[in-house]
Ligand binder design. Structure first.
Ligand SMILES: Cc1cc2nc3c(=O)[nH]c(=O)nc-3n(C[C@H](O)[C@H](O)[C@H](O)COP(=O)(O)OP(=O)(O)OC[C@H]3O[C@@H](n4cnc5c(N)ncnc54)[C@H](O)[C@@H]3O)c2cc1C
Length: 393
């Protein structure tokens, strides 16, 4: 075998960064190789739809996580791993290079859900820094961009564009923006921020097809209406990138299945982040596509790779910001559940989501430093009297 490393990380995202740093907490000298399909060194993804659009002082260079500088890991960009041979303990790249590993981390994240649209610079599936650059180049100067998807990514992109001299139309299947997760009064605030900023909301519709020509993109929706624009950006969520794990015979069930030590069914192969299905101590087995999980699980798996006997016991929170609104949340936000609202003032509220009377999610809308308190409410996992919830946070 030509070369071998103590630790090989497949994927060059936020987990790769935090895992390499986690390894260094326990092992200063072990060799670390990061193989990444991305063309950019690890960076924070949340900034791609927020800070880079609204903070003139913050540049893409500031968004670099400094992985190599901090950890002296070797990073190979534009390198897709095509297969894993667990008995030989090697991985092989798409260009045919084979590398040995002592321990292997799968941090392959996810790939954006695609639609049947032409391949074109003006059709952007938003996930990477390259997608951010592509969107920048087709936005601004009064141009018209259609955002497909009204989830948190689509909403953040719409907010970013609307604050950057871009005419924005959002196409989404729900009745109102945010109505699958927030109760009505919160939806009023959320949706109001978009309409106040002049964003056009095409609710109750899905994008069906589209063409591209010299004039721009021409989209047809499922009610047969059409929208012409300069570009279209798609934010419809991700599919976990599990194909390598599956082909290598690792257990996959909506994500690469790991135990509380983030280990797969192979004792030398681990997984973390958006691609991993892990047993959360409070919320049960799940796959989490959020950044707090990427940081915390990545750091934990790095330490575990390097010999720590810890278990991963952190229940992640998640957050989103649009315009001047922001929230944090823990657990399940689903507006079809029973909700209990505890308004602190006209713009701040804690919402508890109850399933059969048991709190399963907490939304902290414009309420800060309260994620530990939210976890405490969920950890009890017993039916509550809604009246008792008010004032708990
Ligand atoms: C625009 C945007 C905004 C976000 N904002 C928020 C937010 O506000 N709040 C929040 O909580 N979360 C947010 N998130 C989610 C958060 O960024 C992710 O949860 C986190 O980045 C996941 O990290 P990861 O390392 O697991 O996966 P990723 O960051 O997806 O990294 C996966 C890496 O694996 C590589 N890869 C995949 N397959 C291969 C292969 N075969 N060979 C080599 N490399 C491979 C990819 O190229 C990539 O480098 C946002 C995400 C996006 C896209």
């Amino acid at each position: 075998m030509a070369e071998a490393y103590d630790y090989v990380i497949i994927g060059g995202g936020m987990v790769a960064d935090s895992a390499a740093k986690g390894i260094r907490e326990r092992d200063e000298a072990g060799s670390v190789l990061i193989l990444s399909e991305d063309v950019d060194a690890p960076y924070t993804r949340p900034a791609l739809s927020k800070k880079l659009w609204i903070d003139d002082e913050f540049t893409p260079d500031d968004n670099d996580l400094g992985t190599v500088e901090t950890t002296s890991a070797e990073l190979r960009l534009g390198t897709r791993v095509a297969s894993i041979d667990r008995s030989a303990k090697t991985v092989t790249t798409a260009s045919g290079d084979t590398v040995g590993y002592g321990r292997l981390l799968l941090a392959t994240g996810g790939r954006p859900t695609r639609l049947d649209l032409p391949e074109d610079d003006r059709v952007i599936y938003f996930r990477t820094a390259a997608d951010y650059r592509a969107l920048r180049s087709v936005a601004g100067n009064g141009r018209h961009v259609v955002v497909v998807g009204g989830g948190y990514i689509g909403s953040e992109i719409a907010s970013a564009l609307a604050q950057n001299e871009t005419r924005v139309t959002v196409v989404f299947p729900g009745d109102r923006l945010g109505d699958s997760v927030f109760p009505k009064k919160v939806v009023d605030l959320y949706e109001g921020a978009f309409t106040d900023a002049g964003v056009e909301l095409l609710s109750g519709r899905r994008l069906e097809s589209g063409t591209v020509d010299g004039d721009g993109v021409h989209l047809t929706l499922d009610d047969a209406s059409t929208v012409d624009a300069d570009a279209v950006v798609i934010g419809l969520g991700i599919e976990p990138a599990t194909e390598l794990a599956e082909a290598a015979g690792l257990t996959v069930d909506d994500g690469i299945v790991v135990d509380e030590r983030l280990r797969t069914n192979d004792a030398d192969v681990f997984s973390a982040g958006d691609v991993a299905s892990y047993p959360d101590p409070i919320l049960g087995r799940r796959r989490v596509e959020h950044v707090d999980n990427a940081y915390e699980q990545g750091a934990a798996v790095g330490r575990i790779l390097a010999g720590s006997d810890e278990t991963y016991a952190h229940t992640p929170y998640y957050y989103s910001d649009v315009f001047d609104l922001g929230y944090e949340a823990v657990g399940k936000l689903d507006s079809s559940l029973t909700t209990v609202e505890d308004w602190k003032d006209d713009e701040s509220v804690v919402v508890y989501y109850l399933d059969d009377g048991v709190p399963v999610g907490v939304l902290l809308w414009n309420v800060w430093d309260a994620t530990d308190a939210a976890r405490e409410v969920l950890a009890k996992a017993e039916p509550v009297d809604p009246a008792d919830l008010r004032g708990r946070i």
